[in-house]
Design a protein around this ligand. Structure first.
Ligand code: NAD
Ligand code: TYD
Length: 350
């Protein structure tokens, strides 16, 4: 039997690298093509351990490059697509929104068109899986959870671009019959996370004893999920999810930013052998993010009931694993924070 040809986009990024690793290791009957443009957020070091695998090919390319994407689909006749490539950082979307429209909207459209063209005569056994975010639902007040039926209400250019791409995926399902699944996940954390997002940025700053810039009063709430648990959920949705359905993924694990930062400081002081309270002194309240969403929280009961998924680690366990990984991989951290990172940091934090 010939191998299934599976395209994963964004597989050199944070979540994508965990998904690619899982699929290459667990599915020898698939050939995995990892398509990534290697932007500032993509790094081949993230998947170094699987690069020699016989069922794996890395392809450097841009999802907005239509002729290239069409010829890639033509050449490999993909059976399935797991689409993660995106511009993913809210703060960058505030300074450069068009880049988000280009990659997240036009890029997704380019992939959808290529899949529709290649699969037009036969959708049997085909699947387009679009990986999205809970941020498309907007902000919650102090209570309530996002369900799959919550109306879209995005507030940042990032979430608006992801909402738009979700809508196009649905539209291709309704209009052309494209077999799709979408998942909307809460905030991830874990290894290989670029240090511009809260947790890896603060780990890096604590190591370097630099200020920890908490936006506003720190009373914003996020629902955190260990990235390897997200990769398991993606595997399940890809293989067992129902066509034309959406699945919310989250850890029922809400933390106010300031409480999370305090826990991180405590765990890091212990691991670094610093006196209790040392890292908390680095906390600095800075100007708030414009349009900052107050609270995200996912109701993950559908994926739990229908696909049997649940997180495998508590937040304390996942955070400890994450800190250990960053402490053991200082070279990775140094590599990704050299060069352009310094300019980004200066522009964002002064
Ligand atoms: P990331 O920024 O770490 O990685 C994105 C990857 O996409 C990088 O490897 C980058 O090189 C690649 N990429 C960017 N533009 C590209 C283009 N034009 N062509 C090809 N490749 C390109 O992002 P992440 O945090 O791993 O997120 C992956 C996906 O999951 C995104 O779609 C994001 O919206 C979604 N998501 C992320 C989170 C989170 O907490 N990080 C939560 C829910 C959903
Ligand atoms: P982030 O990791 O950027 O994820 P998202 O904005 O997609 O939820 O931010 C998580 C939370 O942490 C969010 O409420 C913004 C806040 N935050 C800070 O307080 N300081 C920072 O330097 C960053 C990057 C985020």
């Amino acid at each position: 039997m010939s191998k299934k040809q599976i395209l994963i986009t964004g597989g050199a990024g944070f979540i994508g690298s965990h998904v690619v690793r899982r699929f290459v290791k667990n599915y020898p009957n698939y050939h995995i093509y990892n398509l990534d443009a290697l932007t500032y957020a993509g790094n081949l070091e993230n998947i170094k351990d699987i690069e020699e695998s016989s069922n794996y090919t890395f392809v450097k390319g841009d999802i907005t490059d239509e002729p290239f994407i069409n010829s890639l689909f033509e050449k490999h006749q993909f059976d399935g697509v797991i689409h993660l490539a995106a511009e993913s950082h809210v703060d960058r979307s505030i300074t450069d929104p068009l880049a988000f429209v280009k990659t997240n909207v036009i890029g997704t459209m380019t992939l959808l068109n290529a899949a529709k063209t290649i699969w037009k005569d036969d959708f049997e056994g085909k699947r387009f899986y679009h990986v999205s975010t809970d941020e498309v639902y907007g902000a919650l007040g102090d209570t309530g959870l996002f369900t799959e039926d919550t109306a879209y209400d995005p507030n940042s250019p990032y979430s608006a671009s992801k909402a738009s791409s979700d809508h196009f995926v649905r539209a291709y399902g309704e209009t052309y019959g494209l077999p799709y699944v979408i998942s909307n996940c809460s905030n991830n954390y874990g290894s290989y996370h670029f240090p511009e997002k809260l947790i890896p940025l603060f780990i890096n700053n604590i190591i370097q004893e630099k200020p920890l810039p908490v936006y506003g009063d720190g009373n914003y709430t996020r629902d955190w999920l260990f990235v390897e648990d997200h990769a398991v959920a993606i595997d399940l949705v890809f293989h067992k999810g129902k066509n034309h359905e959406t699945y919310n993924i989250g850890g029922f694990n809400e933390w106010k930013n300031i409480d999370l930062v305090r826990l991180l400081c405590q765990q890091m002081d212990e691991k670094l052998g610093r006196d209790k309270g040392t890292s908390e002194e680095l906390i600095t309240f800075v100007k708030d993010r414009p349009g900052h969403d107050l609270r995200y929280a996912i109701d993950a009961s559908k994926i739990n009931k229908e696909l049997g998924w649940e997180p495998s680690v508590t937040f304390e366990q996942g955070l400890a694993k994450t800190i250990d990984w960053y402490l053991d991989n200082e070279k990775w951290l140094k590599n990704v924070t050299s060069g352009n990172y310094q300019n980004y940091y200066k522009e964002q934090y002064g």
